[in-house]
Design a protein around this ligand. Structure first.
Ligand code: HDE
Length: 703
């Protein structure tokens, strides 16, 4: 029976703890002095025989390996997957998806695509969502993204696309940005990118947290059941906390204040026991229905709208353990789309076919040879027995005389699995055709689904998309590239193209022929993914000397009960004085953070505290900015002064019989004998569960 511990038990064998050890060389010789080289005299030359110095420096010189050519920046964690029931057995022989008794260990790595290893987390980019399932039948890798489509249809275009999006080759500018000429030149000339570009310009490219984003296998894969019958399948991960994003301005601020924002969030959530969780779902299409759609199932620039083929929930994944060592685990993990197990197979999606070549190939250079599967994080929990031998970093001591099949000298071992012994059998698809270099006619419509996406957005999502196009194209130097991009957008939606053109100094185009349909897919809008929870959201409580300490405690406890985290931000670090002269502990000083790092802000009462905060530029800015970013803002009666100082002069005082007022996501309360009324926290939590308050008059904000 697979248990969630299997992988961890295996890793325990190689985990090393320096506790109670002596410093040694790599050869195990103890070292008593590591600060000075061996020299001829105190001021003389260093001696070659100083094996310790040489080993120490040589090892250091070789510490770096090539970063991933794409998805270089990432963060990972361990966990497990469990199927809800066995109902998928009609479609797939994959045991980890059909045996609810199993807990299959997993390692997941989230990543950005374009930036280098040291780039900021909160850039506008696609996020990788790669999962390695250590199943009892071998490793299965689902190497997906947080967007369900891709930029190109055929893998042969991948080097072109990546060269276009990466920093430009002459000056290596800009880092981790798509807002530059070469990407948009590629886009304007390659309309198959457009559907994905719509996703990239949307809030999906700015996840609030890895724990709050969806994942998609992107390609149509194939399930194969025990009888050998195939069914097309698309994979979906849905986060338990809903799908939520930052706004673009926040992303840019966070990039400076905390470039590790998403990485830290994942780490902290796991360390504090708030284990991230996703539900795995599948869309299933019988082979007989392959041609029933107005797009090609093999085209990775298309989704199957959920309204056409519903997503069927099949199991859940929980991440419950951080790695011990970033390099050993997160950096050395090697995913590969061709790592499949019986029950899962490929389709002829030309993007997938190229990936099946690329991922093995890239590990050979990145991890220095063919034995990277021996690296602990990559080792299956299933038994491995091959006739492959030697190579750099061979970690196994293969015994015996025979390393070939068939053999008689080794007793015929390793033996071939017979019928019923779990051998992987390739799906027997009949294929025929002339050898040609030509894209299928069925791949030629690049606008219908881009328009479907646009039609499905809430008004504020549309506003964000327009602003994103304006930002990105506004950074493009070549006018013909701006114009070309607008012309392409015009074929998706005329109003969108006009809005973009007006922002970037390009003549708005005439209406162009395009798909022109009004179809919508509600599942595409993040407005429809809100869950009724505030678990792990962060709320800033702004305080200074004289704060009402009872309110602070009440807010901390009230939000903790709902799984959220209220942090006390003071005009200085350490502690501030409460109104009753007690010490109120401060988590962080306001100038060291930013409203962009929190989901909401509340100003508790205490006359002196609010007065001091009102004189503090940082505090007023904090509130104004949180309001501008559509976040919930709250205040106890006295705290209103700071809200007004921040320009929120529409905020009314709560009054008699009306002790909590909630207007445009600004919640205020008049405390009674028992402190803040219970409805205050309740109402604030309800607003916060909605993540942002888009119906807000932002002209109220002081610039
Ligand atoms: Fe990748 N991709 N990719 N990709 N990809 C890599 O493999 C590649 C594509 C994705 O956390 C590389 O180990 C080609 C689609 C993720 O380690 C490389 C093509 C999707 C990760 C590679 C694609 C992805 C990678 C670089 C077009 C979403 C990070 C390092 C045919 C379904 C995995 C590495 C991790 C990484 C090639 C397209 C997702 C070079 C040739 C589509 C999440 O092999």
């Amino acid at each position: 029976m697979t248990s969630h511990r299997d992988k961890q038990d295996q890793l325990d064998e190689v985990r090393h703890d320096p506790q109670d050890t002596y410093l040694t060389t790599q050869q195990g010789v103890r070292i008593g002095h590591t600060d000075d080289s061996l020299t001829a005299g105190a001021r003389g030359p260093t001696l070659l025989e100083d094996f310790h110095a040489r080993e120490k420096i040589t090892h250091f010189d070789h510490e770096r390996i090539p970063e991933r050519v794409v998805h270089a920046r990432g963060a990972g964690a361990y966990g497990y997957f469990e199927a809800y029931d066995s109902s998928l057995a009609d479609y797939t022989a994959a045991k980890f998806l059909t045996d609810p008794q199993r807990r299959t260990p997993v390692f997941v790595r989230f990543s950005t695509v374009a930036g280098s290893r040291g780039s900021a987390d909160t850039v506008r980019d696609v996020r990788g969502f790669a999962t390695k399932f250590y199943t009892a039948e071998g490793n299965y890798d689902l190497v997906g993204n947080n967007m369900p489509v891709f930029f190109i249809q055929d893998g042969i275009k991948f080097p072109d696309f990546v060269h276009a999006v990466k920093p430009e080759p002459h000056n290596e500018i800009p880092q981790a940005q798509s807002a530059h000429d070469t990407l948009w030149d590629f886009v304007q000339l390659q309309p198959e990118t457009l559907h994905m570009i719509m996703w990239l310009m949307s809030d999906r490219a700015l996840p609030r947290s890895y724990r709050m984003m969806q994942g998609f296998g992107v390609h149509t894969f194939r399930f194969v059941n025990a009888e050998g019958t195939g069914t097309f399948v698309k994979f979906h991960w849905k986060p338990k906390l809903g799908t939520h994003s930052l706004v673009w301005e926040e992303c840019q601020q966070v990039g400076g204040k905390d470039p590790d924002f998403n990485r830290r969030d994942l780490w902290d959530a796991i360390e504090s026991g708030n284990f991230p969780e996703w539900e795995l779902g599948v869309q299933l299409v019988e082979e007989s229905r392959e041609h029933d759609f107005d797009f090609d199932l093999l085209d990775a620039t298309k989704i199957i709208p959920e309204e056409q083929v519903p997503v069927r929930p099949v199991g859940r994944m929980v991440l419950d353990r951080n790695p011990d060592n970033f390099f050993a685990e997160t950096e050395q993990v090697a995913f590969h789309t061709a790592n499949v197990v019986p029950g899962i197979d490929f389709t002829n999606d030309p993007l997938l076919q190229a990936r099946n070549f690329s991922y093995l190939d890239t590990q050979l250079i990145r991890l220095g040879g063919p034995n990277f599967a021996h690296i602990p994080v990559n080792r299956p929990v299933a038994e491995v027995s091959t006739n492959q031998r030697d190579g750099f970093q061979q970690h196994r001591i293969h015994r015996g005389q025979a390393s070939y099949s068939n053999n008689s000298l080794g007793g015929g071992c390793p033996v071939l699995a017979g019928a019923g012994e779990g051998a992987f059998e390739h799906y027997q698809e009949k294929v025929e055709g002339a050898k040609i270099r030509q894209r299928s006619e069925s791949f030629q419509d690049h606008y219908t689904q881009a328009r479907l996406f646009w039609n499905s957005m809430a008004w504020w999502e549309r506003e964000h998309i327009i602003a994103a196009f304006r930002f990105e194209l506004g950074k493009v130097e070549h006018v013909h590239v701006r114009e070309g991009a607008v012309a392409q957008i015009n074929r998706i939606d005329h109003d969108l193209a006009v809005a973009v053109a007006e922002g970037i100094g390009v003549t708005p185009p005439e209406a162009a022929a395009g798909p022109g349909h009004d179809d919508r897919s509600p599942a595409l809008s993040q407005a429809n993914s809100v869950q009724d929870t505030i678990a792990t959201r962060t709320i800033a409580l702004l305080v200074s000397d004289g704060v009402d300490q009872a309110e602070v405690a009440q807010l901390r406890d009230g939000f903790a009960e709902r799984g959220a985290i209220a942090e006390v931000l003071g005009t200085r670090d350490g502690s501030v004085r409460g109104a009753d002269e007690s010490q109120v502990e401060v988590d962080r000083a306001i100038p060291t953070v930013s409203s962009a790092l929190y989901d909401a802000v509340i100003v508790p009462g205490g006359t002196d505290s609010v007065q001091a905060l009102s004189k503090d530029g940082y505090a007023a800015h904090f509130v104004a900015e949180a309001f501008k970013h559509a976040k919930p803002v709250g205040a106890s009666d006295e705290g209103l002064a700071l809200l007004q100082r921040a320009g929120l002069d529409f905020v009314r005082h709560a009054g008699e019989g009306d002790n909590v007022v909630s207007d445009q996501g600004v919640v205020t309360a008049v405390p009674g004998g028992a402190g803040l009324p219970a409805e205050f926290i309740e109402e604030f939590a309800a607003v916060l569960a909605g993540h942002r308050v888009w119906d807000r008059d932002t002209t109220q904000v002081v610039a």
